[in-house]
Design a protein around this ligand. Structure first.
Ligand SMILES: Nc1ncnc2c1ncn2[C@@H]1O[C@H](COP(=O)(O)OP(=O)(O)OP(=O)(O)O)[C@@H](O)[C@H]1O
Length: 245
């Protein structure tokens, strides 16, 4: 197995609900993502997209099945093992309040991740953060601003920047543009687009929007009621559409 691969084998997630009985949030999910690939996951609300994201970052363990990252089954990892591998896999969710400290500056928030998860020295951290700001066309002025004063779109970009800064092997993004106006959403997508182009990380981009999926990913799976209903390469669809137009 190549480093950077994600292999999901026969994954099921069943939630026990006292009133309604068992609920199959994920049924028999099988998926293979190569190193450096970007995969979009699309599907109606409740189809299991976020459940899959939570399994991939270890917030939950599946009821059955295996999830292999670099050939290691993460469903067996305990808290300590996850802590050792935290740099490897980063996630950004639509609600950034869990990851960003609102009282601290944007810079301090990104730097904290670098202090915790990398060996970079102070001067290296500063250069890295400024280089990233350049790469994603973000204004240095934002760095000194306390997070609570940033707009929703800026906070979302900062969460992404924080995740990207540690150069993860895997980046999971769950509806990172939802709730944003068109201009902020476009800025977030540009950031993700640049990251996908420039890095060799494997990315999973969960979205309701086919247009956004096409901008970011080269492959897509469509989920329906906890199953993979369809999958394919987005480039094919794009060229078919061009052919029709
Ligand atoms: N802890 C839980 N206990 C019981 N049911 C749950 C739990 N977590 C999720 N579910 C149910 O599992 C189903 C899948 O939820 P999930 O959040 O994965 O969907 P989703 O595709 O991400 O939806 P959305 O697009 O609205 O975010 C939903 O019906 C949800 O109510």
């Amino acid at each position: 197995m190549e480093m950077g691969e994600i292999v999901i084998q026969n994954v099921n997630q069943v939630y026990h609900n006292a009133n309604q009985g068992d609920f199959n949030a994920l049924s028999d999910i099988n998926l293979h993502l190569c190193k450096g690939e970007s995969l979009a996951i699309e599907g109606e609300s409740g189809s299991g997209k976020s459940t899959l994201a939570r399994l991939l970052i270890g917030i939950e363990k599946p009821t059955s099945g295996k999830i292999l990252l670099d050939g290691e089954d993460i469903t067996c990892w305990n808290y300590r093992t996850w802590k050792q591998h935290r740099k490897k896999i980063q996630a950004v969710f639509q609600d950034s309040s869990g990851t960003l400290n609102p009282a601290r500056s944007a810079y301090a928030n990104v730097e904290e991740a670098l202090v915790n998860l990398t060996d970079k020295k102070r001067a290296e951290r500063k250069k890295h953060i400024l280089d990233l700001m350049d790469a994603v066309h973000m204004d240095y002025g934002l760095l000194e601003t306390p997070v609570r004063q940033l707009s929703g779109g800026e906070q979302r970009r900062l969460s992404l920047l924080r995740a990207i800064a540690v150069e993860p092997d895997y980046l999971i993004m769950d509806e990172v543009t939802s709730g944003l106006d068109l201009i902020s959403a476009d800025a977030v997508l540009t950031l993700v687009e640049n990251f996908v182009k420039l890095s060799d990380s494997s990315c999973i981009f969960i979205t309701h929007s086919r247009k956004d999926a096409m901008r970011i990913a080269n492959r897509i799976i469509i989920m329906q009621e906890g199953r993979i209903a369809e999958q394919g390469y987005l480039i094919d669809q794009l060229s078919n559409q061009k052919g029709q137009g």
